[in-house]
Design a protein around this ligand. Structure first.
Ligand SMILES: Cc1cc2nc3c(=O)[nH]c(=O)nc-3n(C[C@H](O)[C@H](O)[C@H](O)COP(=O)(O)OP(=O)(O)OC[C@H]3O[C@@H](n4cnc5c(N)ncnc54)[C@H](O)[C@@H]3O)c2cc1C
Length: 499
């Protein structure tokens, strides 16, 4: 194991590597044992209660409409032709129905399945329901930009300032209620710094080395001149770093900010910025976290580099471990540009990569729980079992705060609830915002539900089971009530006859 944890050669500067370095799959992936968890002791694989994720309790709290809605949405997502064209279908529907009509159609269906709402009242209702089930909300403002979506300088800065206000509001909402004892929220850097700049920085990072301390100083307001950037780009970068600094200042000691990973053509810049935030704000605890996408061939080495950097620069490392949500687009782009596919060849390879990186982090946590934290952000039951087994083997407490689990709102409630019932900290990623703002997020959810294979199939079975149970109860309940009424009538007649 020690050789595997050996950090790659790095120097005093951050030189995050870019695309395409194949990861060696040398970490052994342990077979998931059937796991039992009782009370709040470390998990013991030999205990008797099975972590089967078949508790229908999660669906008992849903209304019949919510069950039907979830089944319909998941059914829709199982047709590749619909999912692959859902972007086009949505724009056609928007054209035909108009903005209002489209919103009326989307709001009670796919939007309500995956989004908490738009107003603070709607969000609160959703959070309270979640809280009552022992789940913790992790709010996410799904503002994001891809290449070509930025506008002129003044408009652009104004828009990013508006986004900053939304993020600060998110910090406030996350912290202002008792929904979660240790609140978390998600943040997309591209909501505050233009994706064009992130792409440019990513390509500059192949030649230039960006000192973390330089970024830290820029965050604190120093007028740093970054190599390779035009004056306007430099100004925008400084403004972006100041915006990120404001969010971190507002959230420190209150809300943990989990920075999302996006596309490989900008991720190195996002990581550079996130590491600088970590260096500034994670001295005592992990207030800023970074995300590692295990579908990438080089995800393991990126994680090892981050561990090494955190040691070298003495900051705490918070890791959100995901498989990755942009597989189709990454592959299409690599194919179009004649590059090597950055994604693992198969789902099984991605699974090995995920479970291996999980082991790396859990081993680190067992050695130094205060310095490292991880959220196992997955719907994959095998990975969850794997994490629970390793926690037990390493003697880690399930509720000590270094390890928690995460799933998306509207997906795999049976996994989330089982974990919460067993005493683990479980966060549901909860996006909120208007229909228009959340559309790119909704499109990704539709595509993802096609690739999140096992979890959704099982969820569909459990949903169907619950719906059938209710129908049976209704029907037999109806017959029983009919028999009751007949008995009542007979008793009445007898009374009348008997005088
Ligand atoms: C709290 C939270 C935060 C998240 N934040 C981010 C984020 O910042 N950035 C991000 O990208 N995603 C993020 N995600 C989304 C996450 O990447 C997806 O939920 C995840 O990919 C779905 O996979 P799964 O682990 O649930 O497991 P599974 O259902 O087991 O796996 C599905 C995933 O495996 C991979 N896969 C599928 N088929 C193949 C194949 N043929 N070859 C290789 N790989 C394959 C894909 O990544 C696919 O999404 C987040 C999820 C959660 C729950």
């Amino acid at each position: 194991m020690s050789t595997l944890l050996r950090p790659p050669a790095l120097h005093g500067f951050l030189s995050l590597r870019l695309l395409g370095t194949a990861t060696t799959r040398t970490l052994p992936v342990e077979q998931p044992a059937t796991v039992t968890c009782r009370g709040h002791d470390p998990c013991d694989p030999s205990e008797a209660v099975l972590l089967t994720f078949e508790d229908p309790q999660a669906f008992k709290v849903k209304s019949a409409w919510e069950l039907v809605r979830a089944l319909t949405v998941f059914r829709f997502c199982s047709y590749p032709v619909l999912v692959n064209n859902c972007g086009k279908l949505m724009s056609v529907a928007r054209g035909l129905l108009g903005r209002r009509g489209f919103s009326l159609f989307v709001r009670p269906t796919v939007y309500a399945q995956f989004v908490a709402g738009e107003t603070e009242g709607e969000i609160s209702t959703s959070m309270e329901k979640m809280s009552s089930l022992g789940l913790r909300p992790m709010l996410a403002v799904p503002i994001e930009e891809d290449l070509g979506e930025s506008t002129g300088f003044v408009d652009r800065e104004r828009r990013y300032d508006d986004n900053l206000a939304s993020m600060l509001e998110c910090v406030r909402i996350s912290h202002s209620s008792a929904w979660s004892p240790d609140p978390m929220m998600q943040l997309k850097v591209t909501a505050l710094v233009s994706p064009e700049l992130c792409v440019k920085l990513t390509s500059l990072m192949k030649k230039e080395q960006y000192d973390l301390d330089l970024l830290v100083r820029a965050m604190s307001g120093e007028p740093i001149s970054f190599p390779g950037l035009l004056e306007s780009e430099n100004t925008h970068f400084l403004l972006g770093l100041r915006r990120l600094d404001q969010i971190a200042q507002a959230s420190i000691d209150k809300v943990r900010v989990l920075v999302d990973a996006e596309y490989t053509y900008m991720n190195p810049a996002l990581s550079l910025i996130t590491m600088a935030m970590m260096k500034k704000f994670n001295q005592q605890s992990s207030w800023i976290w970074n995300t590692y996408q295990c579908y990438l061939k080089d995800s393991r080495s990126l994680l090892l580099e981050a561990i090494h950097l955190s040691e070298e620069h003495s900051f705490c490392l918070g890791v959100k471990l995901v498989r990755g949500a942009y597989m189709d687009k990454e592959r299409q782009l690599a194919n179009k540009e004649g590059r090597m596919d950055p994604i693992h060849q198969s789902w099984e390879d991605t699974n090995d990569s995920y479970n291996g990186s999980l082991d790396v982090m859990l081993n680190r946590i067992s050695q130094n729980p205060g310095r490292y934290q991880i959220i196992v952000a997955t719907h994959n039951e095998e990975s969850v079992r794997h994490a629970v087994t390793r926690l037990g083997a390493l003697g880690l407490q399930r509720d000590e705060g270094s390890v928690c689990f995460g799933q998306l709102l509207g997906m795999c409630d049976h996994v989330s609830l089982t974990l919460a019932q067993q005493g683990f900290s479980v966060y549901k990623s909860v996006p909120y915002g208007s229909v228009d703002d959340t559309l790119p997020y909704l499109l990704r959810r539709a595509q993802e539900n096609r690739t999140v294979l096992q979890g959704i199939r099982k969820e569909r079975d459990l949903l169907r089971h619950e719906l059938k149970r209710r129908i049976r109860e209704r029907v037999s309940g109806g017959r029983w009530r009919e028999r009751e009424r007949e008995g009542e009538r007979e008793r009445e007649e007898r009374r009348e006859r008997g005088g």
